[in-house]
Design a protein around this ligand. Sequence first.
Ligand code: PEP
Ligand code: MN
Length: 362
Amino acid sequence: MQFESITSALKITKPLIISGPCSAETESQMITTAKQLAATGKVHALRAGIWKPRTRPGQFEGAGAEGLKWLVMAKEETGLPITTEVATAAHVEACLKAGVDILWIGARTTVNPFSVQEIADALKGVDIPVMIKNPVNPDIELWVGAFERLNRAGINKMSAIHRGFSSFEKGPFRNAPMWDLAIELKTRVPGIEMICDPSHIAGNRELIAMVSQKALDLDMAGLMIESHLNPDAAWSDAKQQVTPAVLAKIVEGLVVRTVSSDNKTFKDTLGLLREQIDQIDDEIMQKMASRMKISEKIGQYKKENNVTILQVNRWEEIVQTRAALGKAMGLDEGFTRDLLRLVHHESIQVQTKVMNKTEVKV
Ligand code: PEP
Ligand code: MN
């Protein structure tokens, strides 16, 4: 796929900051918010939801065509480019007609290839930047597929938005960040620029600064943060919106790091540390291979003695002793447990292979 990123299309020095209300609610809310955001001097583009995908019916579903006019007025008042979410061909057409500068595909749309294709078809022959949010569920293929569909339609200015994933386990976030999936997309769609949406990851304004910093530390190119004149009174996503003044403070507080440094001492030291990591990874792989060889022998032995592969007591004992050991050595307990789970899973696979092997006598 050949494409240009949104930051380069807009000629912006990173990090790109996109802000505005979750939803355009009224003309004055939209215009005043936009003016206050522009006055901070920290925002490169304005966002506002015009058609809102609400989980349950009966809630505010966006101002529609009327709201689109307010968003365009906000652009005229501030000179900032505007962006909104599109989910259907009709949304795309309305946005193109109104002069929206950047479109985005929402998380509830990226999950549906029919909808993504409908948007791609409506964009054939149009040159407009599009941002694609990750699907609500942690399925990277759907995300990659959406880029492919748009690219085939001729869209070549694209960026990804990481907004976290729905998860059964309730953690501190509204949507689990699963940072590794955002990183994986960068390898699956080489050259893709990643923008983080800390508002929808956090679901709570207190966590926005922390999530934003983490995103920049992972070399994300920008942030989309929801802001509202009076966040608590917002008609959608009230808990996660911040005032334009707080938004400016969050952006000011961010530390922007570079991917590398030309400083020679830095490069030499990093090189040495990386050599150590390579060496240790080598040892870990060798140990893992030895461990699996023993699992194979155990599988063979269990088979000869008609014993089951899984012995729950033994597994519990492994988890307890190793987790305690890891903790004593300063390792995160969750990490130790995840690692053990993976190793155990592979060990069972290896033993199952041995069990199922039928010796054919010739
Ligand atoms: C939004 O940006 O307001 C929105 C609905 O986001 P998401 O698609 O990430 O849920
Ligand atoms: Mn929102």
